[in-house]
Design a protein around this ligand. Sequence first.
Ligand code: ARG
Length: 470
Amino acid sequence: MSRHTSSDKQPDKPWGGRFTEATDRFVESFGASVDFDRRLYRYDIEGSIAHARMLVHVGVLSEAEGQAIEKGLLEIRDEIERGDFAWLVELEDVHMNIEARLTERIGEAGKKLHTGRSRNDQVATDLRLYLRDEIDRLTAELVRLQRGLLDLAEREAGTLMPGFTHLQVAQPVTFGHHLMAWFEMLQRDKERLRDCRRRVNVMPLGAAALAGTSHPIDRAYAARLLGFDRVAENSLDAVSDRDFAMEFNAAAALLMCHLSRISEELILWSSAQFDFIELPDRFCTGSSIMPQKKNPDIPELVRGKSGRVYGNLTALLTLMKAQPLAYNKDNQEDKEPLFDTVDTVKACLRIFADMIPALRVKGEHMLAAARQGFATATDLADYLVRKGVPFRDAHEIVGKAVRYGIDHGKDLAEFSLEELRRFSSSIEEDVFAVLTLAGSVAARDHLGGTAPAQVRSAVQRARLSLDKAG
Ligand code: ARG
């Protein structure tokens, strides 16, 4: 019976041998994963070709059979990519759909492909191949975003802005320094992805259903064909391990936490109250009722999407936590959260990488904000310490000067020398060099400090490290 003709009878199931009645229709669709796992088709075919070549290599399949299988699988791939492939729910998942079609196309040899493997090691292999590719794509987008940040940080290395703690003006910083803080957060995310990739790139194939196979397979051979760094050491673990998916999703959750924090700052800064930046129009929308509105939708949406990635992590952890070894059908539920996380993170990175270089920076507003809030109070205290005043006394003296400034509506830099000397006789004419914002940031001239020169060299080091990582 052709799988393309519809009839009341169900197509023969690859596992139908021991069954006497057809599957209940609803059970069939309830148990099927083909609607979502078909996106693994490329990896399924890649894995099957490697498996077939390995079987030829060890003499289980003839050369002719191997070639027929490979050719058939490549034609099926074309069929799928042309949109000519009929996915059947009755055939449950991507694996059985492709295998059934192969047999339909090439006959007997197609039935031999599944020798020495099971869908259990097959699906675990497919997922790892998929995730390995996606990690590489995500990393490329992450690097694109980082390069955008570096360019902006270099341009804004000397731009003064208030630095905040408790969202209160704390000390002046440079905007370039703030951007480089974002760069560092993303750098750790990239390292986590790289580290996770090492544990993704391990081959389950050969574990078969759970116990391995009695056929004389050569796992290392298949692993080489598929670019795996090594083979899974234990067949039970190989088919049941989904650590790689949870670990990836954990790294993705952290990355989304960072994008969400960055989003929050972009949203605050584009408000009229801050007015530090302007997001390009093409990343914003208006309001249907308030004509004046320009809303920072994109950062808001990215902030919101962090929730689904955290949710996916919880779903995967919960999915796995009570599963006995080895494979259980529960595992079919690993795909949708994983796919959703990949899609979400990829889209967020892409949109950020496009948006960041297009930010309009309003340096004059940042400067005006830094002039409020006594941002150089710590500089005055440090100055007194250099003149021999113990730090705790200096702190007290400057606190009183700030109080005076609040009462008289003046920033410290606007005090006269006489006014300043009322608080400490150790203050002299040279104090004004430290009370300016530019003097304050320039003084923080050490590795990791906010001085423009430090920001510029941090950018250089970062560029070198990105270039080196290739
Ligand atoms: N669709 C299944 C999954 O996603 C493939 C493995 C099925 N294995 C089985 N023994 N039923 O996990």
